[in-house]
Design a protein around this ligand. Structure first.
Ligand code: PMP
Length: 364
């Protein structure tokens, strides 16, 4: 059999080995159905049982209150950048955006087409290394929602708690693409949570939206049917053909997370892995540096630079020789980035830090 590598990619990203093996064992014929999940009618009882189990396991994992809907959609988190304003406000409405990195910036830019968004805080002058203090935020008193990116995949900035919208009728909206299901979250604090699956919970092609029911049914007139939450909520995500196989894979991942003891246990493992890596960076006497303010460093995406940037190519090359891949930072920021999502085992991080220390000893 071909050996697997430690894949530090930001997404699509590494998936749990057990889940891949399970999918492999059921690929050809799914549990007595006589066919693969890829071949099933999305309206048949078999697929219905798959999507219902996926939803119910996700509800258990995140303890999603009953007044919230769970939608399995397509189009990536990028489509949600448009769907959120289209569904939650009118074109003339004010909405607030906090910009902590590239992804919240993209969400803001898309919202300009469908609403009147304001950037109420931007971390750009400090190269996206911070989350603002919530007290000092100048929120728009009539903003319909406050949008955040809970974890900036490129810059490695993660909220550890969340701001409250100033307008009592406004809701908090979060892009959780890159930290979805990595830790417990109090869903009741949010109006909408959305996430592409391809980092923590499955293959690309599935986008999960968790939305409070009273926010459904107010889409702008011109909203394309595929972007209208009401259509998907009323049809249990089966208005048209959903990404069936991807949803099945997400379901296997949710089962695996429950078997691990739920998101509290998962968070403990993620904290441990991140500690090992950040301690190595901080203990390297400046050979490695993480620019992000300590209190908001991401448990999922760890960006770091080398004191001698000319060694970056060598670092990547030698790591790859030891079966550790996809460590190059995003093209917009350079340096390195290790994404250590749920499915990255502690052993992978330990191997990475052993390599980093050895590399430093040879090149310092
Ligand atoms: N938001 C965040 C935080 C992301 O990391 C990404 C993907 N890297 C996106 C949005 C865009 O997601 P998609 O490619 O699924 O549209």
């Amino acid at each position: 059999a071909q050996e697997r590598v430690f894949n530090f990619a930001a997404g699509p990203a590494t998936l749990p080995e057990t889940v891949l093996r399970r999918a492999q064992s059921e690929l050809h014929v799914w549990r007595g159905s006589g066919m693969s999940v890829m071949e099933m009618s999305h309206r048949g009882k078999e697929f219905k049982s798959i999507i219902e189990k996926a939803e119910s396991d996700l509800r258990t994992l995140l303890q999603i209150p009953s007044e919230y809907s769970v939608l399995f959609l397509q189009g990536g988190a990028t489509t949600q950048f448009a769907a959120v304003p289209l569904n939650l406000c009118s074109p003339a409405d004010a909405v607030d955006y906090i910009i902590t990195g590239s992804w919240s910036d993209k969400a803001f830019k898309e919202a300009q087409k469908f609403s009147k968004p304001t950037i109420i805080w931007s971390g750009k002058p400090e190269k996206y290394t911070k989350v603002p203090s919530f007290e000092a935020l100048q929120q728009n008193p009539d903003a319909k929602y406050l949008h955040i990116c809970a974890n900036e995949t490129i810059h490695g900035v993660e909220y550890k708690n969340y701001p409250t919208p100033k307008n009592p009728n406004a809701v908090l909206v979060a892009d959780m693409s890159s930290n979805f299901c990595s830790k417990p979250v109090d869903v009741s604090k949010f109006g909408v949570i959305y996430a592409g699956a391809q980092k923590n919970v499955g293959p690309s092609g599935v986008t999960i939206v968790i939305i409070r029911n009273d926010l459904i049914g107010h889409a702008q007139e011109s909203t394309p049917i595929m972007l209208d939450y009401k259509i998907h909520a009323e049809n249990n995500s089966l208005y048209n053909t959903p990404p069936c196989y991807g949803i099945y894979m997400c379901g296997l991942v949710f089962e695996d997370l429950l078997e691990q003891g739920g998101l509290g246990e998962v968070e403990k493992k993620n904290v441990k892995k991140a500690e090992v890596l950040y301690n190595t960076i901080d203990g390297s006497n400046g050979f490695y540096k993480c620019p992000v303010e300590k209190s908001v460093r991401s448990l999922m995406n760890v960006p770091f630079t080398l004191e001698k940037p000319e060694l970056e190519g060598e670092f990547i090359k030698e790591a790859a020789k030891e079966n550790m891949v996809q460590l190059k930072g995003h093209r917009s920021v350079g340096g390195m980035r290790a994404s250590i999502y749920n499915a990255m085992p502690l052993a992978g991080v330990q191997k990475l830090v052993a390599f980093m220390k050895d590399f430093q000893a040879r090149h310092a």
